[in-house]
Design a protein around this ligand. Structure first.
Ligand code: AKG
Length: 400
């Protein structure tokens, strides 16, 4: 019997999750795979956060919460925006979900009409375009390769806007490229958007703390205060506090919009786990030294991979400014022949070859809307990264 609706058939499963599952299956069979596929910190969640969750369980704080979250968590999010970003939000301008991905899901489900367009600069995070398509929208992709420092320009944004444009969606620091928009670049994009009052802005800022270069992170709502009333800031605790499996994302925006998201939350999962919410409040309100230490380590790893992969002939590397990804262009290897006689026709085949021959798991650029590139996550130990550099160089050297 066929179960899948046409709507679900129009999208694919998350490609980064698919590569990670393939790497895990190889490991389960005893193969020594270095997994650089998933954007997942390798650190443990800080102790005080785990303790807050344990305490919540012991105190029996294990019931449903309001769909828009525990008052303590909403307050912690409001305080975070004030303290870290200088942004003022009221508690009813906050929405929470089971991860930032669910916030995106709710935002598109809640706002898109069939045929509405969402402008997405590519490379984009793997799930953006499928979430748009799933909810009846059209993803209007603007290519921004390494030649463009992976960033959209005001001119290209202007050219992409039509009467059907509903959202402009982007992330900074970027997954998958590590690029960060400067305050001036954001202002220039804002000047374009100010001329188009129907277009709302979704700014995914989940990597805000993970900054490796001298480019400071700027929130879109700070760079463009005049657009704050049509901007949805998306964030979460997964990346900054090593809490990927806890599933807690949040957003701030105008209350007419957060009301829509919270209504959907009440009809989907009711609320994220109460235990996770107590843990997330502890993460946001508690000591931030974990973040400082983790970021210093990501910086060292970023420098290591940028150096190591730049030294491999045929890879074009732009050192990441933030997040924990390297996104080398690999045109030099497309069209080459593997030792088994097969031809590497594109970056998907190159990533499969690296997994099979080099035992290094990466995600192909095609998953992020640009080719030919591969994405490597450096959220793993320096030892693993050094092995990955060596294995990648060896495997690529075998291509003729
Ligand atoms: C990534 O690998 O890009 C992630 O953000 C991991 C989680 C996911 O893809 O949902």
């Amino acid at each position: 019997m066929k179960f899948e609706s046409a709507r679900v058939a129009s999208i694919k499963s998350s490609p980064s999750m698919a590569v990670s599952m393939a790497a895990k299956a190889m490991r389960a069979k005893g193969e020594s795979v270095v997994d650089l596929s998933l954007g997942e910190p390798d650190f443990e969640t800080p102790d005080h956060v785990v303790e807050a969750a344990v305490e919540a369980m012991r105190k029996g704080l294990t019931r449903y919460t309001a769909p828009d979250g525990l008052p303590e968590l909403r307050q912690a999010i409001v305080a975070k925006f004030k303290r870290e970003n200088g942004l003022d939000y009221a508690p009813d301008e906050i929405s929470i979900g089971n991860g930032a991905k669910q916030i995106l899901f709710n935002a598109f489900l809640g706002t898109l009409e069939p045929g509405d367009e969402v402008i997405v600069p590519a490379p984009y995070w793997v799930s953006y375009t499928d979430l748009v398509i799933l909810h009846g929208g059209t993803a209007k992709i603007v290519q921004c390769g390494v030649e463009d420092a992976f960033k959209i320009t005001p001119e290209r944004l202007e050219a992409a806007i039509t009467p059907r444009t509903r959202w402009f969606l982007f992330n900074s620091p970027s997954n998958p490229t590590g690029a960060i928009y400067t305050a001036d670049e954001l202002k220039a994009l804002g000047a374009v958007l100010a001329r188009h009052p129907r277009v709302a802005i979704m700014s995914d800022e989940i990597y805000e703390h993970i900054v490796c270069a001298d480019v400071p992170f700027t929130s879109f709502a700070i760079a463009c205060p005049d657009l704050k009333d049509r901007t949805l800031i998306i964030n979460g605790v997964s990346k900054a506090y090593a809490m990927t499996g806890w599933r807690l994302g949040y957003a701030a925006g105008p209350k007419e919009l957060t009301k829509v998201l919270n209504k959907l939350q009440s009809q989907s999962t009711t609320c994220p786990s109460s235990i996770t919410q107590y843990a997330a409040a502890a993460a946001l309100d508690g000591p931030q030294d974990f973040v400082t230490t983790a970021v210093a380590e990501y910086k060292a790893r970023g420098a290591l991979v940028a150096r190591g992969f730049s030294a491999i002939p045929g890879l074009e590397v732009r050192a990441p400014e933030g997040a924990f990804y390297l996104f080398p262009k690999c045109s030099g290897y497309i069209g080459r022949t593997a030792p088994d006689g097969s031809r590497i026709a594109n970056d998907t085949e190159l990533a499969s070859y690296l997994l099979k021959e080099g035992k290094v798991a990466t995600v192909p650029g095609a998953a992020f809307g640009v080719e030919p590139y591969i994405r490597l996550s450096f959220a793993t130990s320096r030892d693993n990264l050094s092995i990955a550099i060596e294995r990648t160089a060896d495997a690529l050297a075998k291509l003729r």
